[in-house]
Structure formats: C-alpha cells, structure tokens
Design a protein around this ligand. Structure first.
Ligand SMILES: [Zn+2]
Length: 75
C-alpha cells in the first residue's frame, strides 16, 4: 500500500531514485500525447494517472487505453 512517505515519480526523478521503487498506485502526471510522439508539457496534454497505467499504456493512444481499461472495448 502506497503511503505519503513514498516518493512520487517526479520526486524519484529529482532524487535519482530508480523508477521501480515508485509504488504502482502513486499518482503521476501522464503525457496524453507521448513525448516520443511530440507531445509537450502543456497543461492540456497532461492528465493524472497512476504510475501503473502511465507505464502500461505504452504506444497505445490514451483514449483507446482508457476504453480498454473501462471494459468498453476489448484489447
Ligand atoms: Zn491506473
């Protein structure tokens, strides 16, 4: 269970803590359009997501990923 004493993804990055030490349910800021696809850090490209979803989405676009997670479509 993630507690408030555990590092957020941003804190971990700042403190150079390995990503796998950030708890899976910790809140992260996700880039809706991936940075690899040219998405920027503007407010309208960011959403809160747990670390698990943030890292599991991979190349899938956010709407498809969300629809799969909500059971609206099958993978
Ligand atoms: Zn999630």
């Amino acid at each position: 269970m993630a507690g408030l004493d555990t590092p957020s993804a941003a804190e971990a990055k700042r403190l150079n803590i390995p990503k796998n030490q950030v708890p899976n349910r910790r809140v992260t800021l996700e880039h809706l359009q991936r940075r690899a696809d040219g998405g920027g850090g503007n407010r309208d490209n960011l959403a809160v997501a747990c670390k698990g979803c943030n890292s599991a989405r991979g190349r899938t676009d956010w709407l498809t990923y969300k629809s799969i997670q909500m059971g609206e479509i099958s993978p």
